[in-house]
Design a protein around this ligand. Structure first.
Ligand code: KG4
Ligand code: ZN
Length: 338
């Protein structure tokens, strides 16, 4: 029997993306049209502009993905789309396009949770990976530890009470005058600096899998303001290195404690902040020390993309978890515990 072809569609924030996946893991095309240059002059994503750009880009991006995959729309067996969490106007563009295509092609629709998609990016990078494993999800909107017990069985160990890690990266970069998105800029600056400043780390008690980054963010902002008031020139590389170390210390500490608590032997990293070279290096070193297997997606699969959505959709369809044409965008969608 021919392997199923899944068309994936992603438009939850500032990337319009479409992908074609054969079976669960063979990526035939992954087209990503980023709006970062459009939003950069505003210092962050402007939701209304994002929706308008998605409307312009969505069909050309889908056409290009199908062309690159060397198939036609008629060959597609199912359509998977992000329906949350994300910006409501942005999500609606992808959801509407997916519903229209599913209806016109007479093929099933699969509504996908964006956060689950980020975790599933790991199956595309590491094709032999199988559950169970622990996943550390760190994106612009979320920070969470998820025990992945099976392809359709997740347990949320804990998540952030306030800011997401990526959000803190972006806000601190902005105050330092760096362009959006700030994560990659801080990552690069941190390599030139020393973590010489002690910033506070929150909720570090044993057995606590919740995160909080708002106190750290305020401490860094206060430090920057007081340096400016004293007329000191900011040592941006040291500030970046010190902030990044504080974030990484917390993420690494909690991730390996969660691995132990759940009795897992594998840890995966997921979400846009997974592209952070300092985080990846520390997790890799700690994994080697603790004899834990460690995987993280290729850089292009770390940040938002439709390949991960197609992959998540494929495994939902395997157990018959389809959506009907009443599927709606759910901006505040949580990670569902199944
Ligand atoms: O997963 P993602 O593409 O979008 C959301 O679902 O939120 O994550 C975007 C976030 C942004 O906050 C961005 O600054 C951060 O990922 N990011 C990074 C790096 N690359 C992207 N943060 C730290 N270091 C990086 N290299
Ligand atoms: Zn994302």
């Amino acid at each position: 029997m021919r392997e199923k072809l899944t068309l994936g569609i992603e438009s939850s924030c500032d990337e319009t993306s479409a992908a074609v996946l054969r079976g669960g893991r063979e990526l035939l095309a992954n087209v990503i049209s980023t709006q970062i240059p459009v939003h950069q002059k505003f210092g962050g994503v402007v939701p209304e502009i994002a929706s308008r750009k998605h409307i312009v880009n969505i069909m050309p991006v889908i056409d290009e993905a199908v062309r690159q995959a060397g198939v036609t729309l008629a060959d597609i067996d199912q359509v998977a789309v992000t329906y949350g969490p994300g910006l409501v106007g942005a999500l609606l563009v992808g959801v509407s396009a997916a519903k229209g295509l599913a209806f016109a092609l007479g093929k099933p629709l699969i509504g996908v949770n964006h956060l689950e998609g980020h975790i599933f990016a790991n199956f595309l990078s590491e094709t032999s990976l199988e559950p169970p494993f622990m996943a550390l999800v760190v994106s612009g909107g979320h920070t969470a530890l998820v025990d992945v017990r099976g392809y359709n069985s997740f347990h949320l160990m804990g998540q952030t009470r306030d800011d997401a890690a990526g959000e803190a990266f972006d806000k601190i970069a902005r105050v330092m005058g760096l362009p959006y998105p700030g994560g990659p800029r801080i990552d690069a600056l941190a390599k030139e600096g020393q973590p010489s400043i002690d910033f506070p780390e929150a909720l570090v008690g044993k057995g606590n899998y919740e995160f909080s980054f708002s106190g750290l963010k305020s401490a860094v902002l206060n430090y920057i303001n007081s340096e400016k008031m004293k007329g000191h020139e900011l040592n941006k590389p040291d500030i970046a290195a010190s902030f990044q170390r504080a974030v990484i210390d917390v993420l690494v500490g909690k991730a390996f404690e969660a691995v132990k608590e759940a009795g897992r032997d594998t840890l995966v990293l997921a979400g846009g902040v997974a592209a952070n070279s300092g985080l990846e290096a520390r997790l890799r070193a700690e994994a080697a020390r603790q004899h834990v297997q460690f995987h993280y997606p290729n850089k292009i699969l770390c940040t938002d993309n439709a390949a991960m959505i197609a992959c998540r959709g494929y495994y939902q369809a395997e157990v018959g978890r389809y959506s009907d044409l009443y599927l709606n965008a759910v901006p505040g969608l949580d990670l569902v515990e199944v």
